[in-house]
Each structure stands twice: as C-alpha cells, then as structure tokens.
Design a protein. Structure first.
Length: 164
C-alpha cells in the first residue's frame, strides 16, 4: 500500500499553536504519521478488494445456482416417485373397495335368498301345522262322534234292558 499523504509541517505548527513545544509536537506528528501510513487503504486498495469480493460473490452465486438446480431436480424426482407410489396405493385401495362391494353384494343376495327360503319353509311349516291341527280336529270329532254313538248305543241298550 502506498503511504498516506500527510502534511507533517502543518501538523507540527498546529500542535505548537495549541501550546505544545516543538520537540513534543514533532514526536506526536511522527508517531501519528507512522501509525497512519501503515493502516490506511487507498482507493486502489479498496478497488482491488472490491474486485476480489465481487469475483468471490459471483463464484458463490454460481455454486448456489448449481446446488439449487440439483436440489430442484432431486425434489422433482422424489415428488414423481411419491406420486407414482400414491397412484399405485390408490389403485390398490380402489380394487380392495370394489372387492368388498362385490362381497357385500354377494352376501346381500345370499341373505335375500335365505330369507325367501326361510319364509317358504315357515309357510310350509305353518301349512303343515294347520293341516295337522285340522287332521287332529277331524280325528277328535270322529272319536267324539264314535264315543257319543257308543254311549247312545249303550244308553239305548240299557234302556231296553231296564224297560219291562
């Protein structure tokens, strides 16, 4: 870095005007001059640093763009895989639902058939019971008539036997 342009004569005179004696003023100006000359950046120094930073920023920017593009590509691939998996799973669930619906329809049909059969069986059993009851009723009527006839016959025989 080039040295800073510093008017030492003017600085010594300003210190003397403020009350410092000449040896003190010269010592202060010399010390300040040395300190400042090593730590001051010039416009050229700043331009050089700026160019370096701009180049580094451009490199980082390019690297970030590349990484972002890679991440986007990876995400697109993963999203496509997840979509495919979901489509497959949805299709499987739809197939399972269709199978359950078919099974429910079959069970419903079986139950309807069973109900119709049971109704028929109940009606037949009811008819059979009704016929049996009528049969028993007829047998009882015949039995009562037979018993009545026998009693009447016995009564007539008894009357004939007892009648003089």
């Amino acid at each position: 870095m080039p040295a800073l342009a510093f008017d030492t004569y003017k600085a010594v005179k300003a210190l003397q005007a403020a009350g410092a004696d000449e040896p003190l003023a010269e010592a202060v100006v010399a010390t300040v001059g040395e300190a400042v000359s090593g730590n001051v950046a010039t416009k050229a120094d700043l331009a050089e640093v700026q160019a370096g930073l701009e180049a580094e920023i451009a490199t980082v920017k390019t690297e970030l763009k590349t990484e972002i593009a890679e991440v986007k590509a990876e995400l697109k691939t993963e999203i496509a895989e997840v979509k495919a998996e979901l489509k497959t799973e949805i299709a499987e669930v739809k197939t399972e639902i269709a199978a359950v619906k078919t099974e429910i329809a079959e069970v419903k049909t079986e139950l309807k058939t069973e109900i119709v059969t049971l109704r028929g069986d109940m009606l037949k059993s009811q008819q059979d019971m009704s016929n049996s009851i009528h049969g028993v009723y007829r047998l009882m009527v015949v039995a009562i008539l037979t018993i009545t006839s026998t009693i009447i016959g016995a009564a007539i025989a008894l009357v004939r036997y007892l009648a003089p």
